[in-house]
Design a protein around this ligand. Structure first.
Ligand code: AMP
Ligand code: MG
Length: 493
């Protein structure tokens, strides 16, 4: 059933990884399988082996032909502190496959047991985080955000010991690659310039083939620039959705520009840049509003790993890298403004647009309004001012700033050609009605822990079409009521 594996990463020298074997799960049971993604990857679904055999494969009990499991080495800055060796401690790479579009994609099992990088950990994953990653990563994809994907989830039938005993599970994750800023840091910390040079070439071939035409001496700096552009665009997309990654360590920053690691992530409801969900983020380092700055910081750590390859003269290398990193805020700002123009239904580019967007956000803040619904209902306001009161009703606090903002926005809209219905339609295709709200995700997890997967299936179906109104499913669009709120998330390691 699996497509043929290509062993690209494991053709790198041995110090890039360690061989790893998945542990056997006692009683693997298939709880989710992503047929659309499987088709995209070239799986032969006509040769589906049955759920039981599929569960054995996705649990790691049986290896698909040609897979050669390895744990990848990497380091990383966690909450600002450098850890020279992290590595796949609860994940292993089966290998890469070539998808129908001709791109290499990693297939990784997450939660299938310990590796040489596990240190004290058990290499296992509780069901909760597996379901969260499944739902949220797939939702991100449907929302149009570059992301790792979820191919399958199995429960293992085994308990995982955390603060209490939790049911265990394995996620099959698909990624453009799992190479991270931390992969570069691992070799930089060891002064291994040869490995860094190999990694640069590997990453360019895989993710940035257009850079292969540049002279070799220019490639490291060009790679830094290219990765940074993707990351600036990625964070702008997150910000436009109220997505809070929650653990933007450099080991969770993918070189491909995909969103990676859904441990403690959550979507903001009432707009507040200081919003933090992750229980371990006590200083709010990874708060919603800090994400752009943190990404710039992560890019600076990436730049440091490349200095030795950039220029023989260390001073010149630093100057070149610094110039790139200093460009991050303006690159981000431009990407963000593009996102906000789409969200506000603005065509063209007026200098006042940034202030208009900022003031809308300030008005949401003053009103205590739900971020996602506010943009969604603004689309209705684009069609007709009869919808204004419904939008204003989203403000439990002071609605006056929003009321004052609406005429300014309408004045700006006059400058664009186009009919109001057309604009409203475009806005509804960029402002989702449904996002994986944290209380819904928690509800799914609580039920699944009692072996009830109906809420999981229901939420999964809603999130498959986040921009379309789905009859009878209005409740999924609503923010948590006070008694439903879940304001903390846990990595689940
Ligand atoms: P993460 O929180 O997923 O970014 O993981 C940070 C580091 O901790 C990585 O090196 C992981 O492989 C490792 N890790 C997380 N959970 C476990 C676990 N249950 N067992 C072993 N290692 C783990
Ligand atoms: Mg991680």
């Amino acid at each position: 059933m699996f497509p043929e594996f290509t062993l690209r990463y494991s053709s790198l020298p041995e110090r890039f990884y360690a061989p790893a074997e998945p542990d056997s799960a006692h009683q693997p049971r298939l709880i989710a399988f992503n047929r659309a993604l499987a088709e995209e990857l070239g799986f032969d679904l006509a040769a589906w082996p049955g759920d039981e055999e599929a569960a054995a494969l996705f649990a790691g009990n049986r290896l698909p032909p040609g897979a050669q499991p390895i744990a990848q080495a990497y380091a990383g800055h966690q909450f600002g502190n450098f850890v020279p060796q992290l590595g796949d401690g609860r994940a292993l790479l089966l290998g890469e496959v070539t998808d129908r579009a001709g791109r290499l994609r990693d297939i990784q099992l997450k939660g299938s047991g310990s590796t040489v990088f596990s240190r004290g950990g058990d290499g296992r994953a509780p069901l909760g985080p597996v379901l969260r990653e499944y739902l949220v990563s797939e939702a991100m994809h449907r929302l149009g955000v570059p992301s790792t994907r979820a191919l399958a989830a199995v429960s293992t039938g085994q308990g995982v010991v955390r603060e209490r005993l939790l049911p265990g599970a394995v996620l099959t994750r698909v990624a453009a690659s799992h190479i991270r800023v931390g992969t570069f840091e691992y070799f930089a910390a060891r002064g291994d310039q040869e490995a860094l040079a190999l990694l640069v070439e590997h990453v360019i071939a895989r993710h940035y083939p257009e850079l292969a035409e540049r002279p070799a001496s220019e490639r490291p700096l060009a790679l830094l620039e290219a990765v940074q552009r993707r990351q600036a665009a990625l964070v702008a997309r997150w910000m436009g959705l109220g997505f809070i990654h929650g653990v933007m360590n450099t080991d969770n920053t993918a070189i491909s520009g995909e969103t990676l690691d859904y441990g403690p992530c959550a979507f903001m409801e009432a707009y507040d840049p200081a919003t933090v969900f992750s229980a371990i983020d006590q200083q709010g380092r990874y708060a919603y509003g800090n994400q752009p700055q943190i990404m710039q910081w992560n890019m600076a750590r990436f730049a440091e790993t490349l200095l030795g390859l950039m220029d023989e003269d260390p001073q010149r290398a630093i100057e070149q890298a610094t110039a790139v990193i200093e460009a991050f805020p303006s690159q981000y700002r431009e990407a963000w403004l593009g996102v906000m123009r789409d969200k506000l239904g603005l065509g063209g580019g007026w200098v006042e647009d940034a202030a208009l967007a900022e003031d809308f956000l300030q008005a949401l803040r003053a009103g205590g309004a739900d971020f996602t619904l506010s943009f969604r209902l603004l689309a209705d306001c684009a069609a007709s001012s009869a919808a204004d009161e419904a939008l204003l009703a989203l403000c439990p606090q002071d609605a006056e700033p929003l009321r004052a903002w609406l005429p300014r926005w309408r004045e700006r809209l006059v400058a664009d050609a186009g009919d109001p219905e057309g604009r409203a339609g475009r806005m509804r295709r960029t402002n989702p009605l449904y996002i994986p709200r944290n209380h819904q995700v928690e509800r799914v997890i609580q039920a699944a822990q009692k072996d009830d997967y109906a809420p999981f299936e229901a939420l999964r179906a809603v999130l498959a079409a986040p921009f379309e109104e789905q009859a009878g499913l209005e409740a999924y669009a609503l923010p948590a009521r006070a008694e439903e709120q879940v304001v903390r998330t846990f990595c689940g390691t």
